[in-house]
Design a protein. Sequence first.
Lengths: 302, 409
Amino acid sequence: MFTAPASRPPVSPKETTLPQKSIILLLTPALLVVVTLFGGGLVIGFFQALGYQPGIEEQSLSLQHFITTLTDPDFTTSLGLTLYIALTSTLISAIASILLAVAINHWAANNKIIHFILQIPLAAPHLVIGISMILLIAPSGFIARLCSFLFAVDVQNTFPILVNDKWSVGILLVYIWKEIPFITFMLLTVLKNMGNELLEAGASLGATKLQRFFSITFPIIRLSLGASCCIVFAFTFGAFEIPYLLGQTYPQTLPVWAYMNFSDIDLKARPEGVALGIIIAVIVISTVLLSEYLTRTPNRNR
Amino acid sequence: MIFLQQIGTSLLSFLVSVVISVGGAFAADSLSWQQIEAQAHGKTVDWYMWGGSPAVNTYVNEYLRTELRERYGIILRQVPVQDIAEVVSKLAVEKQAAKVEGGSVDLMWINGENFRTCKKLDLLSGPLTNILPNSRNLDSDSLALLSDFGTPVENMEVPWGNSQLVMIYDSARTPAPPRTISSLLTWIQNNPGRFTYPAPPDFTGSAFVRQIFYHEAGSVKQWQGNYSKEDLKNAADKTFATLVRLKEALWREGRTYPESPVRMDTLFADKQVDFSFSYQQGSASQNIDDGIFQPTVRTYVFEEGTVSNTHYVAIPFNAKDKYAAMVVANFLLSFEAQLEKAKKDVWGDFPVISLVKADPAWKNQFSSLPKGPATLSDEELQAHQLPEPPAEVLIYLEKGWQKQVLKNR
């Protein structure tokens, strides 16, 4: 079996202490901002979810809003829908990205045009893509009209429903289109640094293409793949605008539900919205920690 | 205006604990209007208002500013805010701190929930409207001016403009649209898949549900006064039952709804549905101008009327230049200022003054304004206005809709 070489060169402890200190120093400003704004927001949010609302009577802190939310019959449906969207889009994007990255690395490593095309989705905001998707694939959208024009039949009533649909096809399409370039770029950076020597060595030792992929390429891209999938999952799990625009009115994903509660004209719904937000944050953070643990452990044991 | 109710229900929370002291009544009854105008000369009026609309800002900063300087020597200063609720909560704090004069806000643009809060906490100067000479231009019998989302106005705020729900249809596609709610309901059943409405709590979708609610309740006035919890529950249950029966006949069999009126407009323009509706009387004409709607698109109001709401200006209890603010509020109600505001290329806001009562010369000027082909005449609209119910009814309907109609529980 071929294994990837340990990527870290051996360093003496003396050399690492100084840079580590300065790294911490360099990170401080960014960390301060993140901790104050993000951490502070979470803490205030947590108190609001416990029922703290300045000015409103009956100030008692309790877990009631969490309990109400978690026991709502909609919670499991919403959680299921959100997980379905986040996992499906992450999985499909990951598989497509691996194939794409390997292909580009093999045939077009320095092709500027392909890189440029890949960069377009990265620059476009999700909201814009969401609206474009409606214009494109709705029953009255561009594709349906093109079909009507080409085949001279009215397809408006027979065209499959792909937006605001039961299977969230529209949402998945937006995420997949948007996240493939992101993961691909993350993988390409690693693949480029890997060079061809290992693969050539593998080939000369008689490994098949598949063997080379699973024993050389995959172990090398694995960390980077795990990290980028994690980011994509966390984003698609917590994002609001695409499911809001392209989802069904009901059931809603967790973020849409949270927003609806938070912006409710009835102030009493607000703590429940915040509680949902905290639940979303907890799920996302634990997923990130779990996948960190899963992807790092085998490396340390080596 | 729609945004005025949508924004800032949040501040109520800050205010509940505030104890009410003396109201800011006017000493104005002792002064004649000429004396008030004389007092106002050379003063600066700080007008706090939502500043998100370029058209409104231009009307205020160009037309009103110039006119007020030339006519009354008043310097008008617009203070744009994101949400007038912020100003209301600031006033509440000042009230609590007993800052009874020299406040920084002279005039504010307000309605709905924010007005209710102001009135409840006694944050306004007044009664005000009845002192203004131009209040004679208003129709004092109009139900739509008596209460602001269920809160009796009682002259504590001065009407400034108006918006109203109108139905939108394409006269080429639907030559004879159903002109009453009950005939609309029949039409929907007979034409499955050709009608939809934005899902409440979207403001426009919620207004449509209120329209059905008025129809099912059989009364409009009842909700402005004292109604019992049972009355509300009975009428609301009938409304939800009707809407549930309607579901199968809606676009996509009611499995999903457009999330906004903009999306409903798109469906209408794409011929997916045959109706749209809007809480802005002029929006269909605007959409024709923009090439989104066919030129054959028209609007109409139901024979029994459609919900409408008025937006107002009010003077805080501790305003520094009360008299000048009164002169401004009075000028806003003049035929000149209302006419300029109604021009499509200025703002296109609908006049709040009564054109039925107006003298023929002014009436002509208003009716000869280029309105756009789909916009109804002011008289037609004004004759079909229904007041909005109190926020309590609105919330009850939105919650119940989600539970009973959307989730079918």
